[in-house]
Design a protein around this ligand. Sequence first.
Ligand code: NBP
Length: 479
Amino acid sequence: AAANIGVVGLAVMGSNLARNLASREGNTVAIFNRTYAKTEELLTEHPEAGFVPARDYAEFAASLQKPRTAIIMVKAGGPTDAVIEDLISVFEPGDIIVDGGNALFTDTIRREKRVRETGINFVGMGVSGGEEGALNGPSLMPGGSDESWTTLGPILRSIAAIAEGEPCVTHVGHDGAGHFVKMVHNGIEYADMQLIAEAYDLIRRGTGKSPAEIADIFAAWNEGELQSYLIEITAEVLRQTDAPTGRPLVDVILDQAGAKGTGGWTVQTAIDLGVPVSGIAEAVFARSLSSHPEQRAVSQNLPGPRGEIAVDDADAFVEQVRLALYASKIVAYSQGFDEIRAGAAQYDWSIDLGKVASIWRGGCIIRAQFLNRITEAYDEQATLPVLLTAPYFVDALERAQSAWREIVRVAATSGIPSPAFSSSLSYYDGLRADRLPAALIQGQRDFFGAHTYKRVDRDGTFHTQWSGDRTEIEAVDTH
Ligand code: NBP
């Protein structure tokens, strides 16, 4: 057996990951793909990689040193299950199967149980950074057992992105923890992108600047506290001219945003966990709204202002938008980390939240300076209940306060949709409120469903006899 690691599935992600592995000192990589032509193609195109090809699973298993370690990079869902079963049939107890596809974490939990019965280790691993990351250094979020991490750790460290000298990989937690964290990463990515899009829209309508001029603004922002890959690529996209028409590319791209589903998973899971990820949810729903042209077409003449803003001082307005973006971004990340915290509690994972922030600093789509501040916040207090209450963020929110409110006000009065900006502000004010109208909701629930309520002044559970004499009785809480 010649190889210390294998890759199954040689489409773009798998072949790039295999090449990344092969390029690192000490690795010999076995490769297998259901359709052998793809294996041959990779061998021909990259003879320098020294791949050990296999035509079937038995040959693949025989080419691997023990404990055998294989990373699966095939289509998520049924294909992943099929490949796992095939590997089980040729692997032995102690071997390690890693799923690097975009699996839903509950599938990973199920698969881990199934594979564990055989004595083989199963690791669900979130891989972020797309094709480019897979080739040059992704952010890696492996779950799975401690035992598998011993073998896998050094290999993964060798291929991960490096941020400030540290490889962007950590053993996130057991079974589905890695895929869970990857899912939330994607949810945060949705929110971040939506916030940037809203900022662009407000600046464009407010100042009349061209996309290329706004590109300069984003490029300048990328030098400051907003520094991030997404801000950087926003400038690139805005600067791009469409060759056939000579117009800004952003003006010829159809304004209907697609989605592959991981943002939706983040929201569905958050609902199950009872965690308000309103910024992420608004970002997911904003994409759905954009993608209903038939509804948008019949709504064009609905009454309301037409998105014109009278801005006196363009520079001051741009700075207000920047602050609103920064504050809303703090909220989005705070909500995302809240979901990871709640997921860890629910599924009994021990997840180091600061470490998660630190492995997102390189390789992945949401890589940013800002993540250092999150790591610092959790280093200071690992059990911080609300990330945005960390002193650094409180300072930032204090600074952004009035601009944030002004921008949400301007958007509302001008008829410019700003779902992520405004929902972030509402969330923030909801957290701050000393008293919420939730009390009234409890009253309504008690009225129509005898759902009972608690009192501020006494322990116990109470019900008002709404259909009777409306006196209050102490109730046994059965709801
Ligand atoms: P695809 O998702 O397009 O999957 C193609 C691969 O799956 C091929 O190797 C194909 O083999 C194999 N496959 C299928 Br389909 N059914 C199979 C089966 N029943 N048995 C064995 N192999 C099967 O590839 P990709 O775009 O490279 O993505 C791979 C994984 O990485 C996916 O889970 C995807 O969601 C994830 N991904 C992640 C990122 C990221 O940024 N993290 C980006 C893109 C993709 P064949 O050649 O024989 O058809």
